[in-house]
Unconditional design. Sequence first.
Length: 124
Amino acid sequence: MPPQMKLTAITLDCPDPEALAAFYRQATGLGLHPKSNGDFAGLNCDDGLFIGFQRVDDYQAPCWPNQTVPQQIHLDFAVDDLDEAEALLLELGAAKPEYQPGGDRWRVFTDPAGHPFCLTRAKI
């Protein structure tokens, strides 16, 4: 039997870690990691998962949906109300690309650093 692995952290490259952490903190309500600084910031999830943001010089934002600069990773968030969550995210600085392949099941956004992420309806 293979060893059991538990995902403990996801880290995104970006030009401004503190700004991107602030965006996701306001969007999710997650707590800021106490050791966040100018080159690295993070958020703590209740289940132990850590979301990190690290400064990368000459950062190039992903291009979605084309793959000129591939997205490489994206996050999915479940929400109770897609419209309410969309309004909040746009107010916080997210963008909503014109191309939306999910119909009424999910919506694609990009964070202020250009990373695509999706909102899905929470399962009841």
